[in-house]
Design a protein around this ligand. Sequence first.
Ligand code: CO8
Length: 260
Amino acid sequence: MTYQNILVEEDNGIVLLTINRPKALNALSWDTLEEIKHFFAEDGPKREGIKGIVLTGAGDRSFVAGADIKEFLGLKGNEGASLAKRGQDIFFSIERFHVPVIAAVNGFALGGGCELAMACHMRIAGEKARFGQPEVNLGLIPGYGGTQRLVQYVGKTKAMELTLTGDLIDANEAYRLGLVNYVVAPGEEVAKAKEIIEKTATKGPIAIQKAIEAINAYFEEGVDGFEAEVKKFGEATDTEDFIEGANAFIEKRKAAFKGK
Ligand code: CO8
């Protein structure tokens, strides 16, 4: 697929995926979503040995200002639910990606943009970032997982308030609520995300993947997270990396993990 709305650059094993529609504040058009889907379902998994993905928005104003509202006018009566389902499935593929995916939130993260950031494993906010679920202003509710993930991150009290008022919050409030991992100076978001990925890349790659899967299991319908942890733990002990990690500790040296 030739990407028209996203930029994909790989440097030293870290992929920088930039939503690139700055004139529309990087709003998620249907085509943009299709390209994100292709990256996380096909292109990304084929990139052997990558350390992680940093997801950001082009320009210095916006991460992603939501779904593309201009495309809503063409929606037919019963299309909404299937489009929401399609978006949710794409965001699941981000949440379940095998290496860390970190959102570098450089501006507005609104509606589908906040939902996109929440589907990532971690979020770095620049001081100018603004977060919100303003869908009620359009007579809508969040449709790409926002009603669920916002509760997971900030709890029901604040999720209700933010979703029912449509109010925006700044980066420091997002940090205080537990929505973002770090707040950094404007322009430093991608660098901080890369710094975290360089750290996770020194760990056992299979352990990183199993940890992502086990933590996600906590939120999965009908899945016992503790049982999932036991299973993933067993899978992690059944690797050469585990033997290497334990030996390296005893021999007081750095582990040389192979992802096997
Ligand atoms: N969609 C399309 N275009 C957008 C969007 C958007 N979400 N946000 C901004 N733009 C465009 C503007 O239309 C404008 O374009 P133009 O110059 O051609 O008029 C350009 O970006 C710049 O925007 P503004 O002039 O409005 O810039 P301001 O600095 O005045 O305001 C804001 C910035 C506050 C971010 C403002 O643009 C805004 O409120 N945007 C909309 C935010 C929003 O409501 N987002 C939620 C959208 S709904 C959603 O995400 C639902 C997800 C689930 C969908 C389920 C499937 C159907």
